[in-house]
Write a protein that binds this ligand. Structure first.
Ligand SMILES: [Fe+2]
Ligand SMILES: [Fe+2]
Length: 143
């Protein structure tokens, strides 16, 4: 669990950097359609979604979800919520990619992208909090 936990924490750092990078590539919301940007966005988004998918798979299959649920049944409800959020984040991000391909207006697309990235950032923070709570209860139990 400790090794997996560290790996997930490392990935969270990488993911935060990738989110910041992606946000930096988004044009200001006032700009109109930018053809070149749509082209590069598709590649950027594809890579980003792949990274998120790998991270989610690690958490769902080998990572923290099952282990934490077994070790700390009282956290089960929060783990269920986090697992459900994976589905909404997947949907939000792939929806943005679809919109980019369909040529949705830049203002709307940028807004949806920020919303998707916000969802992801919030989710990752909630996970960090969950890990901290689990560790706190270990410390509490050792007292
Ligand atoms: Fe997650
Ligand atoms: Fe995560």
């Amino acid at each position: 669990m400790v090794t997996e936990h560290q790996r997930i924490k490392d990935e969270h750092v990488q993911l935060r950097e990738a989110v910041a990078h992606l946000r930096d590539t988004l044009p200001p919301q006032t700009s109109g359609p930018i053809v070149a940007w749509y082209g590069s966005l598709d590649t950027e988004l594809a890579e980003f979604i792949e990274m998120v998918e790998r991270h989610f798979a690690l958490e769902e299959e080998g990572g923290y979800m099952r282990e934490l649920r077994d070790e700390y049944p009282r956290l089960g409800h929060r783990i269920d919520e986090l697992a459900a959020e994976h589905a909404s984040i997947r949907e939000a991000l792939s929806g943005c990619r679809k919109e980019a391909r369909e040529g949705v207006g830049a203002t709307e697309l940028v807004e949806h992208l920020h919303r998707g990235l916000d969802l992801l950032a919030k989710h990752e923070s909630a996970e960090t909090e969950l890990f901290q709570d689990a560790m706190q209860s270990d410390i509490g139990a050792a007292d």
